[in-house]
Design a binder for this molecule. Structure first.
Ligand code: GVX
Length: 209
């Protein structure tokens, strides 16, 4: 019994890469949904009980973890999604740190409108190019972003690419390896079932304004 619980807002947000990993690995989890209104309204003393005053919170039995990337690394170790040796693990961490940089840019746009959407989309190829190059350097882009097996960084990258495809549906048009990569990952049987689920479809990408 996995006994996983994800406590987060009614959003994909920073919990979504965790959900993608768990779904792909056939693991079940429970969602504890915290309304933004209750959280910010202070009616729920949950914020005070968290390490950084933030969500997601991840529970594996009586083990409690915060920080979405730490949760991904924990599950990466647990499910063998962290490469086959130290160098592969380091490359996987490098990729995920690069994904985090892009996620910060995306959050800046979505929450602070910095820069304006048109400028962001114009500059987007500069931020997607490194991932296309990484794919081309790993088995000519025919497998995963780093190493020979899928890793936790693939779920993180997939999530951020899906966010950008929602923002700019043509953003991968000039990146054939990334386009094929998204198709390949989203066709993985268990992940495909999750991506087509009501739970996923009905969960907003980001909070409404
Ligand atoms: N480094 C952390 C960042 C976690 C984080 O930013 N969590 C946000 C939610 S994730 C996100 S998409 N934040 C921006 C939009 C948002 C704000 C408030 C509630 C829901 C979404 C949060 O808990 N905000 C509430 C608060 O700080 O009181 C991680 O990766 O888990």
């Amino acid at each position: 019994m996995s006994g996983y619980i994800i406590t987060y807002f009614p959003l994909r947000g920073r919990a979504e890469a965790i959900r993608l990993l768990l779904a792909d690995q056939g693991a079940e989890w429970k969602e504890e949904v915290v309304s933004e209104k209750k959280w910010k309204g202070g009616e729920v003393d949950l914020k005070k009980t968290t390490v950084f005053g933030q969500l997601p919170q991840f529970q594996d039995g009586d083990f409690v973890l915060y920080q979405s990337n730490a949760i991904l690394r924990y599950l990466g170790q647990k499910y063998g999604l962290y490469g086959s040796n130290g160098k592969e693990a380091a490359l996987i961490d490098m990729v995920n740190d690069g994904v985090e940089d892009l996620r910060h840019k995306y959050e800046g746009l979505v929450f602070r409108r910095e820069p304006d959407p048109q400028k962001y989309i114009e500059e987007l190829p500069n931020h997607l190019g490194p991932f296309e190059r990484l794919l081309s350097q790993n088995s000519k882009g025919s497998v995963f972003i780093a190493g020979r097996k899928i890793s936790y960084a693939d779920f993180s990258l997939l999530h951020v690419l899906q966010n950008h495809l929602n923002l700019a549906p043509d953003c991968l048009k000039s990146f054939p390896l990334l386009s094929a990569y998204v198709e390949r990952l989203t066709s993985r049987p268990k992940l495909k079932v999750y991506l087509e689920s009501e739970a996923r479809i009905n969960r907003p990408i980001m909070p409404k304004d």
